[in-house]
Design a protein around this ligand. Structure first.
Ligand SMILES: [Zn+2]
Length: 392
Protein backbone atom coordinates (compact mmCIF):
# COMPACT_ATOMS: atom_id res chain seq x y z
CA UNK A 1 0.00 0.00 0.00
CA UNK A 2 0.91 3.61 -0.48
CA UNK A 3 2.31 5.81 2.29
CA UNK A 4 1.32 9.44 2.81
CA UNK A 5 4.82 10.44 1.76
CA UNK A 6 4.54 8.55 -1.55
CA UNK A 7 1.10 10.06 -2.14
CA UNK A 8 2.46 13.54 -1.52
CA UNK A 9 5.27 12.89 -3.98
CA UNK A 10 2.77 11.82 -6.66
CA UNK A 11 0.70 14.94 -5.88
CA UNK A 12 3.73 17.14 -6.54
CA UNK A 13 4.26 15.65 -9.98
CA UNK A 14 3.30 17.71 -13.00
CA UNK A 15 4.15 17.33 -16.68
CA UNK A 16 6.38 20.06 -18.06
CA UNK A 17 5.12 20.03 -21.63
CA UNK A 18 2.77 18.28 -24.07
CA UNK A 19 5.22 15.47 -24.79
CA UNK A 20 4.95 14.24 -21.21
CA UNK A 21 1.81 12.44 -20.06
CA UNK A 22 0.86 11.37 -16.55
CA UNK A 23 -1.01 8.07 -16.76
CA UNK A 24 -3.10 6.77 -13.85
CA UNK A 25 -4.64 3.32 -14.01
CA UNK A 26 -7.00 1.90 -11.38
CA UNK A 27 -7.87 -1.75 -11.49
CA UNK A 28 -10.74 -2.92 -9.29
CA UNK A 29 -11.72 -6.56 -9.46
CA UNK A 30 -15.50 -6.69 -9.24
CA UNK A 31 -17.38 -8.76 -6.71
CA UNK A 32 -18.32 -12.22 -8.05
CA UNK A 33 -22.05 -11.43 -8.07
CA UNK A 34 -21.53 -8.47 -10.47
CA UNK A 35 -19.27 -9.83 -13.11
CA UNK A 36 -16.57 -12.42 -13.38
CA UNK A 37 -13.07 -11.31 -12.53
CA UNK A 38 -12.09 -12.34 -16.05
CA UNK A 39 -14.53 -9.79 -17.50
CA UNK A 40 -12.99 -7.04 -15.39
CA UNK A 41 -9.59 -7.88 -16.88
CA UNK A 42 -11.03 -7.74 -20.42
CA UNK A 43 -12.60 -4.39 -19.60
CA UNK A 44 -9.26 -3.10 -18.30
CA UNK A 45 -7.47 -4.26 -21.46
CA UNK A 46 -10.09 -2.64 -23.71
CA UNK A 47 -9.68 0.61 -21.82
CA UNK A 48 -5.92 0.61 -22.27
CA UNK A 49 -6.06 -0.47 -25.95
CA UNK A 50 -8.56 2.28 -26.78
CA UNK A 51 -6.40 4.96 -25.16
CA UNK A 52 -3.34 3.52 -26.88
CA UNK A 53 -5.02 3.86 -30.30
CA UNK A 54 -6.06 7.44 -29.54
CA UNK A 55 -2.56 8.40 -28.46
CA UNK A 56 -0.93 6.83 -31.51
CA UNK A 57 -3.33 8.65 -33.83
CA UNK A 58 -2.46 11.88 -32.08
CA UNK A 59 1.22 11.10 -32.51
CA UNK A 60 1.91 11.47 -28.82
CA UNK A 61 5.06 10.57 -27.03
CA UNK A 62 6.70 7.20 -27.48
CA UNK A 63 7.06 7.03 -23.68
CA UNK A 64 3.31 7.20 -23.08
CA UNK A 65 2.76 4.41 -25.61
CA UNK A 66 5.34 2.28 -23.82
CA UNK A 67 3.72 3.02 -20.45
CA UNK A 68 0.32 1.92 -21.74
CA UNK A 69 1.74 -1.24 -23.29
CA UNK A 70 3.33 -2.03 -19.94
CA UNK A 71 -0.02 -1.46 -18.19
CA UNK A 72 -1.66 -3.71 -20.77
CA UNK A 73 0.79 -6.51 -19.95
CA UNK A 74 0.12 -5.97 -16.24
CA UNK A 75 -3.65 -6.18 -16.83
CA UNK A 76 -3.21 -9.42 -18.78
CA UNK A 77 -1.40 -10.97 -15.83
CA UNK A 78 -3.90 -9.77 -13.25
CA UNK A 79 -6.36 -12.62 -13.81
CA UNK A 80 -3.80 -15.04 -12.39
CA UNK A 81 -3.59 -13.05 -9.16
CA UNK A 82 -6.03 -13.38 -6.34
CA UNK A 83 -8.25 -10.41 -7.06
CA UNK A 84 -6.39 -7.47 -5.49
CA UNK A 85 -7.20 -3.91 -6.52
CA UNK A 86 -4.24 -2.02 -7.96
CA UNK A 87 -3.23 1.48 -8.96
CA UNK A 88 -0.48 2.31 -11.45
CA UNK A 89 1.08 5.74 -11.95
CA UNK A 90 3.34 6.13 -14.93
CA UNK A 91 5.20 8.81 -16.83
CA UNK A 92 7.92 7.14 -18.89
CA UNK A 93 9.30 10.46 -20.07
CA UNK A 94 10.20 11.21 -16.46
CA UNK A 95 11.03 7.65 -15.42
CA UNK A 96 8.02 7.26 -13.16
CA UNK A 97 6.46 3.79 -12.80
CA UNK A 98 4.74 2.97 -9.53
CA UNK A 99 2.34 0.16 -8.70
CA UNK A 100 0.36 0.04 -5.46
CA UNK A 101 -2.09 -2.42 -3.96
CA UNK A 102 -5.38 -0.85 -2.97
CA UNK A 103 -7.60 -1.84 -0.08
CA UNK A 104 -11.24 -2.51 -0.99
CA UNK A 105 -12.94 0.87 -1.44
CA UNK A 106 -16.66 1.30 -1.95
CA UNK A 107 -17.98 2.46 -5.34
CA UNK A 108 -14.78 2.19 -7.32
CA UNK A 109 -14.31 0.92 -10.84
CA UNK A 110 -11.53 0.16 -13.30
CA UNK A 111 -10.47 3.46 -14.86
CA UNK A 112 -7.66 4.98 -16.89
CA UNK A 113 -6.70 8.65 -16.84
CA UNK A 114 -4.20 10.44 -19.07
CA UNK A 115 -3.45 13.97 -18.03
CA UNK A 116 -0.90 16.56 -16.90
CA UNK A 117 -1.07 15.27 -13.33
CA UNK A 118 -1.85 11.93 -11.75
CA UNK A 119 -5.45 11.17 -10.88
CA UNK A 120 -5.26 10.78 -7.11
CA UNK A 121 -8.79 11.18 -5.80
CA UNK A 122 -9.36 7.47 -5.05
CA UNK A 123 -5.91 7.29 -3.41
CA UNK A 124 -6.47 10.34 -1.23
CA UNK A 125 -9.87 9.06 -0.13
CA UNK A 126 -8.28 5.79 1.02
CA UNK A 127 -6.61 7.71 3.86
CA UNK A 128 -9.93 9.01 5.19
CA UNK A 129 -11.51 5.55 4.79
CA UNK A 130 -8.65 3.73 6.48
CA UNK A 131 -7.30 5.51 9.54
CA UNK A 132 -4.52 3.61 11.31
CA UNK A 133 -6.33 1.51 13.88
CA UNK A 134 -5.15 -0.34 16.93
CA UNK A 135 -7.15 -3.15 18.46
CA UNK A 136 -6.64 -3.73 22.17
CA UNK A 137 -7.85 -7.15 23.29
CA UNK A 138 -8.00 -7.12 27.06
CA UNK A 139 -9.17 -9.52 29.76
CA UNK A 140 -8.45 -9.76 33.49
CA UNK A 141 -5.01 -11.33 33.04
CA UNK A 142 -3.74 -10.56 29.59
CA UNK A 143 -3.71 -8.02 26.79
CA UNK A 144 -2.97 -8.34 23.07
CA UNK A 145 -2.42 -5.31 20.86
CA UNK A 146 -2.89 -5.40 17.11
CA UNK A 147 -2.49 -2.81 14.39
CA UNK A 148 -4.56 -2.64 11.21
CA UNK A 149 -3.26 -0.59 8.35
CA UNK A 150 -5.32 -0.83 5.18
CA UNK A 151 -5.90 -4.56 4.69
CA UNK A 152 -2.96 -5.73 6.84
CA UNK A 153 -3.01 -6.77 10.48
CA UNK A 154 0.02 -7.25 12.72
CA UNK A 155 0.68 -7.90 16.37
CA UNK A 156 2.20 -5.01 18.33
CA UNK A 157 2.51 -6.38 21.84
CA UNK A 158 1.19 -8.95 24.24
CA UNK A 159 1.45 -9.08 28.01
CA UNK A 160 0.13 -11.03 30.95
CA UNK A 161 -0.43 -9.79 34.46
CA UNK A 162 2.18 -11.13 36.87
CA UNK A 163 -0.13 -12.69 39.44
CA UNK A 164 1.30 -13.26 42.87
CA UNK A 165 1.15 -16.70 44.46
CA UNK A 166 -1.59 -15.55 46.78
CA UNK A 167 -3.57 -14.12 43.93
CA UNK A 168 -3.55 -17.46 42.23
CA UNK A 169 -4.46 -19.70 45.16
CA UNK A 170 -7.40 -19.65 47.48
CA UNK A 171 -5.07 -19.80 50.45
CA UNK A 172 -4.65 -22.61 52.89
CA UNK A 173 -7.84 -24.69 52.97
CA UNK A 174 -9.83 -21.68 51.87
CA UNK A 175 -8.85 -19.79 55.03
CA UNK A 176 -7.40 -16.90 53.06
CA UNK A 177 -9.95 -16.97 50.27
CA UNK A 178 -11.53 -13.57 50.92
CA UNK A 179 -8.20 -11.82 51.28
CA UNK A 180 -6.76 -13.48 48.18
CA UNK A 181 -9.82 -12.39 46.19
CA UNK A 182 -9.25 -8.73 47.15
CA UNK A 183 -5.58 -9.07 46.40
CA UNK A 184 -6.25 -10.41 42.95
CA UNK A 185 -8.68 -7.54 42.30
CA UNK A 186 -5.75 -5.19 42.95
CA UNK A 187 -3.65 -7.13 40.50
CA UNK A 188 -6.36 -6.98 37.86
CA UNK A 189 -6.60 -3.23 38.35
CA UNK A 190 -2.82 -2.90 37.99
CA UNK A 191 -2.98 -4.99 34.82
CA UNK A 192 -5.69 -2.69 33.40
CA UNK A 193 -3.63 0.34 34.38
CA UNK A 194 -0.61 -1.08 32.59
CA UNK A 195 -2.63 -1.68 29.41
CA UNK A 196 -4.20 1.80 29.67
CA UNK A 197 -0.77 3.38 30.15
CA UNK A 198 0.57 1.55 27.09
CA UNK A 199 -2.32 2.97 25.02
CA UNK A 200 -1.80 6.47 26.39
CA UNK A 201 1.87 6.42 25.39
CA UNK A 202 0.91 5.14 21.93
CA UNK A 203 -1.46 8.11 21.48
CA UNK A 204 1.32 10.48 22.54
CA UNK A 205 3.62 8.91 19.94
CA UNK A 206 0.87 9.17 17.26
CA UNK A 207 0.97 5.42 16.74
CA UNK A 208 -2.73 5.11 15.94
CA UNK A 209 -5.64 7.29 14.86
CA UNK A 210 -8.51 5.09 16.01
CA UNK A 211 -8.84 2.46 18.73
CA UNK A 212 -11.13 -0.55 18.96
CA UNK A 213 -11.29 -2.55 22.17
CA UNK A 214 -12.20 -6.21 22.39
CA UNK A 215 -13.15 -7.05 25.96
CA UNK A 216 -15.77 -9.09 27.85
CA UNK A 217 -18.81 -6.92 28.57
CA UNK A 218 -18.50 -7.67 32.32
CA UNK A 219 -14.91 -6.36 32.39
CA UNK A 220 -15.46 -3.40 30.10
CA UNK A 221 -16.68 -0.77 32.63
CA UNK A 222 -13.67 -1.34 34.88
CA UNK A 223 -11.14 -1.23 32.05
CA UNK A 224 -12.85 1.75 30.43
CA UNK A 225 -12.59 3.69 33.71
CA UNK A 226 -8.78 3.34 33.51
CA UNK A 227 -8.50 4.86 30.02
CA UNK A 228 -6.92 8.28 29.75
CA UNK A 229 -9.12 11.02 28.18
CA UNK A 230 -6.71 11.18 25.16
CA UNK A 231 -7.24 7.48 24.56
CA UNK A 232 -11.00 7.74 25.02
CA UNK A 233 -11.10 10.44 22.33
CA UNK A 234 -9.65 7.93 19.84
CA UNK A 235 -12.00 5.13 20.85
CA UNK A 236 -14.17 4.01 17.93
CA UNK A 237 -15.94 1.23 19.79
CA UNK A 238 -15.83 -1.92 21.90
CA UNK A 239 -16.88 -5.44 21.05
CA UNK A 240 -17.28 -8.45 23.37
CA UNK A 241 -14.32 -10.80 22.98
CA UNK A 242 -12.88 -13.93 24.53
CA UNK A 243 -9.13 -13.52 24.17
CA UNK A 244 -8.31 -17.19 24.40
CA UNK A 245 -10.39 -18.17 21.38
CA UNK A 246 -10.43 -14.97 19.29
CA UNK A 247 -8.10 -15.06 16.28
CA UNK A 248 -6.43 -11.93 14.90
CA UNK A 249 -8.49 -12.19 11.72
CA UNK A 250 -11.72 -12.33 13.72
CA UNK A 251 -10.58 -9.26 15.65
CA UNK A 252 -9.91 -7.48 12.35
CA UNK A 253 -13.38 -8.33 11.04
CA UNK A 254 -14.93 -6.80 14.18
CA UNK A 255 -12.72 -3.71 13.97
CA UNK A 256 -13.51 -3.24 10.26
CA UNK A 257 -17.23 -3.36 10.99
CA UNK A 258 -16.87 -0.77 13.77
CA UNK A 259 -14.65 1.41 11.55
CA UNK A 260 -17.22 1.43 8.73
CA UNK A 261 -20.10 2.28 11.07
CA UNK A 262 -18.19 5.02 12.86
CA UNK A 263 -16.83 6.55 9.64
CA UNK A 264 -20.23 6.60 8.00
CA UNK A 265 -21.62 8.46 11.00
CA UNK A 266 -18.56 10.70 11.19
CA UNK A 267 -18.77 11.61 7.49
CA UNK A 268 -22.47 12.49 7.86
CA UNK A 269 -21.56 14.72 10.81
CA UNK A 270 -18.85 16.39 8.71
CA UNK A 271 -21.37 17.18 5.98
CA UNK A 272 -23.80 18.59 8.54
CA UNK A 273 -21.07 20.65 10.19
CA UNK A 274 -19.95 22.07 6.84
CA UNK A 275 -23.52 22.88 5.77
CA UNK A 276 -24.41 24.46 9.14
CA UNK A 277 -21.09 26.32 9.16
CA UNK A 278 -21.77 27.70 5.69
CA UNK A 279 -25.25 28.89 6.68
CA UNK A 280 -24.00 30.61 9.83
CA UNK A 281 -20.82 31.99 8.18
CA UNK A 282 -18.89 29.77 10.57
CA UNK A 283 -16.53 26.87 9.89
CA UNK A 284 -18.02 25.71 6.61
CA UNK A 285 -18.34 26.64 2.94
CA UNK A 286 -20.32 25.08 0.11
CA UNK A 287 -20.10 25.22 -3.66
CA UNK A 288 -16.99 25.10 -5.83
CA UNK A 289 -16.27 28.83 -5.95
CA UNK A 290 -16.18 29.20 -2.18
CA UNK A 291 -14.33 25.92 -1.62
CA UNK A 292 -11.61 27.01 -4.07
CA UNK A 293 -11.29 30.39 -2.40
CA UNK A 294 -11.09 28.91 1.10
CA UNK A 295 -8.47 26.39 -0.12
CA UNK A 296 -6.37 29.21 -1.57
CA UNK A 297 -6.59 31.10 1.72
CA UNK A 298 -5.35 28.04 3.60
CA UNK A 299 -8.57 27.82 5.60
CA UNK A 300 -9.67 24.31 4.64
CA UNK A 301 -9.37 21.36 6.99
CA UNK A 302 -11.29 18.87 4.90
CA UNK A 303 -12.99 18.79 1.49
CA UNK A 304 -16.18 16.77 1.12
CA UNK A 305 -17.42 15.66 -2.30
CA UNK A 306 -19.20 12.82 -4.06
CA UNK A 307 -16.92 10.19 -5.69
CA UNK A 308 -17.93 11.24 -9.22
CA UNK A 309 -17.84 14.99 -8.58
CA UNK A 310 -16.49 16.88 -11.57
CA UNK A 311 -16.62 20.50 -12.75
CA UNK A 312 -14.87 22.56 -15.40
CA UNK A 313 -12.50 25.27 -14.22
CA UNK A 314 -9.41 27.18 -15.27
CA UNK A 315 -6.00 27.34 -13.66
CA UNK A 316 -3.42 30.07 -14.02
CA UNK A 317 -0.27 28.96 -15.87
CA UNK A 318 1.76 31.35 -13.74
CA UNK A 319 0.54 31.50 -10.13
CA UNK A 320 -1.59 28.34 -10.06
CA UNK A 321 -4.80 30.18 -9.05
CA UNK A 322 -7.83 28.01 -9.85
CA UNK A 323 -11.08 29.68 -10.84
CA UNK A 324 -14.55 28.27 -11.38
CA UNK A 325 -15.28 31.08 -13.84
CA UNK A 326 -13.94 30.17 -17.28
CA UNK A 327 -11.80 33.30 -17.59
CA UNK A 328 -8.91 33.55 -20.10
CA UNK A 329 -6.71 35.64 -17.83
CA UNK A 330 -5.94 35.09 -14.17
CA UNK A 331 -7.83 37.47 -11.85
CA UNK A 332 -4.95 37.28 -9.37
CA UNK A 333 -1.90 37.91 -11.59
CA UNK A 334 -3.24 38.66 -15.07
CA UNK A 335 -1.41 35.84 -16.88
CA UNK A 336 -3.02 33.31 -19.23
CA UNK A 337 -5.13 30.50 -17.81
CA UNK A 338 -5.45 26.88 -18.92
CA UNK A 339 -8.73 24.98 -19.03
CA UNK A 340 -9.24 22.02 -16.70
CA UNK A 341 -11.83 19.51 -17.88
CA UNK A 342 -12.19 18.59 -14.20
CA UNK A 343 -11.25 20.89 -11.33
CA UNK A 344 -10.20 17.83 -9.27
CA UNK A 345 -7.10 17.50 -11.49
CA UNK A 346 -5.73 20.48 -9.63
CA UNK A 347 -7.79 20.56 -6.42
CA UNK A 348 -6.97 17.01 -5.26
CA UNK A 349 -3.15 17.28 -5.59
CA UNK A 350 -3.31 20.66 -3.84
CA UNK A 351 -5.30 19.11 -1.00
CA UNK A 352 -2.80 16.25 -0.65
CA UNK A 353 0.22 18.56 -0.66
CA UNK A 354 -1.34 20.81 1.98
CA UNK A 355 -2.52 18.02 4.28
CA UNK A 356 -6.17 18.79 3.63
CA UNK A 357 -8.44 15.80 4.22
CA UNK A 358 -10.54 14.49 1.34
CA UNK A 359 -13.75 12.69 2.19
CA UNK A 360 -15.86 11.06 -0.51
CA UNK A 361 -19.50 10.61 0.45
CA UNK A 362 -22.36 8.90 -1.38
CA UNK A 363 -24.58 11.27 -3.40
CA UNK A 364 -27.27 12.83 -1.20
CA UNK A 365 -29.88 15.52 -1.56
CA UNK A 366 -28.51 18.06 0.90
CA UNK A 367 -25.07 18.06 -0.69
CA UNK A 368 -26.56 17.99 -4.19
CA UNK A 369 -28.43 21.22 -3.42
CA UNK A 370 -25.15 23.05 -2.76
CA UNK A 371 -23.34 21.64 -5.80
CA UNK A 372 -21.97 18.34 -4.40
CA UNK A 373 -18.90 19.94 -2.87
CA UNK A 374 -18.31 21.50 0.54
CA UNK A 375 -15.46 22.10 2.95
CA UNK A 376 -14.95 22.21 6.66
CA UNK A 377 -12.67 25.07 7.70
CA UNK A 378 -9.93 25.29 10.29
CA UNK A 379 -10.70 28.98 10.63
CA UNK A 380 -12.27 31.75 8.62
CA UNK A 381 -9.90 34.58 7.76
CA UNK A 382 -11.08 38.13 7.32
CA UNK A 383 -12.09 38.17 3.70
CA UNK A 384 -12.40 41.95 3.43
CA UNK A 385 -8.69 42.50 3.69
CA UNK A 386 -7.90 39.80 1.17
CA UNK A 387 -6.50 40.90 -2.15
CA UNK A 388 -7.83 37.87 -3.96
CA UNK A 389 -11.36 38.80 -3.07
CA UNK A 390 -10.84 42.35 -4.28
CA UNK A 391 -9.42 41.02 -7.53
CA UNK A 392 -12.19 38.55 -8.35
ZN1 LIG B 1 -2.22 33.84 -11.78
Amino acid sequence: MITREELRELASFECRDDRELAISFYFHPSTPQDKSHREEVILAKDLVSKTLRELQINDHSRHATEDLERILRLAENLHGNSARAKAVFACGARDVWQVFDLPPVASSSTRLFVNRRFHLRPMAAVFSEYPRIWIALVDRQSARLLEIQFAQIREINEFTAALSRRGRSDGYAGYNAGHAERHSEDEVRRHYQRAAEFLKQAVERHQFEGLVIGCHDVNWPEFESQLHPYVRKRLLGQFPADLRSLTNDEAKTEADRIRREVLQRHHQELIQEALDGARSKGRGVTGLRRVLRAAELGEVECIIMTPEYSARAVECTNCGHVDSHMVSYCPACGRKTRELSDVCESLVPTAIRNNIGLVLVPPQEELDRVGNIAALLRFRSDRNTNELLAAS
